[in-house]
Design a protein around this ligand. Sequence first.
Ligand code: LIP
Length: 298
Amino acid sequence: MADLDESNLRRYLDEAVSAAHEAGNLMLECFARNDAHTSVEEKASNADLVTKYDRQVEELVLTRLRACAPDFGVVAEETASKEELTDAPTWVVDPIDGTTNFIHRQAECCVLIGLAVRKRAVLGVCFIPKMDELYTAIKGHGAFCNGRRIASSGCKDLTKAMVNLHFPSYSRGPKVLERILGVNHDLLAHPVRAIRSGGSAGVDMMHVARGRLDAYFEVGIYPWDVCAGQIIVEEAGGVCLDTMGGKFDLSSRRVMVASSSELASQLAVHLRRRCYDTLDAENYQCSKEEADLKRRKT
Ligand code: LIP
């Protein structure tokens, strides 16, 4: 196994930052041309989208990461999504997180590069090109935005919190809708200060890390959506947990990040009440065969 001392981690971070910048430039060129919508394909459902830019960015990033650390594993959204996350050092990459926002020319989309060891993030990079914000963290060495140290808000009181949740793209089945509307109801009735809904797990985790949001949670995400964010949030003083309040597992498809453990505990009470942990694809998700058929038709 490669030696992951601090100087090696810094070398990997530099390479990941440089790849993220290059990827971000490609995204900005696409914004300028306004042509992301011309290559949209559906994946598992008609809300799960990919463009040619997701693939181009992934190829660019993985080529660089593989050249710099040839013995590391790779898990990535577009071309290596089926790779299992093992204990070995593994790059975990989402080339464009927030693809739907990207297609609609919203600024809230980013490049995410995480490095996981023993299935925990040890290094993370998030670049949001439209905002020109580069977030970085190495385990034990703090979190930074454009080189300046950042910290979560430290909010401990749910009634003073701005909370972000996403409407799921993996399922709009009746149980999922009931649960998401139920949790919105409970939080508004509690009451929380404000509820927002984003479209990029990575961007919303950066908002929590930077103190612009107090919490974000979602069921249905993948390791590449949250690996880089996990370490950046933790190094900024926030917490990253399971939606039920337990230990975070990169592969569980559940995440809750909060500015403090006190806030996370209060939020988890509401999420447990609404069983905010299971995936229910009823009435919505098409089979892989159907998805392949659709892809061939477009
Ligand atoms: C997105 C996530 C987001 C979720 C979307 C989608 P993608 O990732 O970042 O949190 O709500 O449905 O999964 O597919 O744009 O990389």
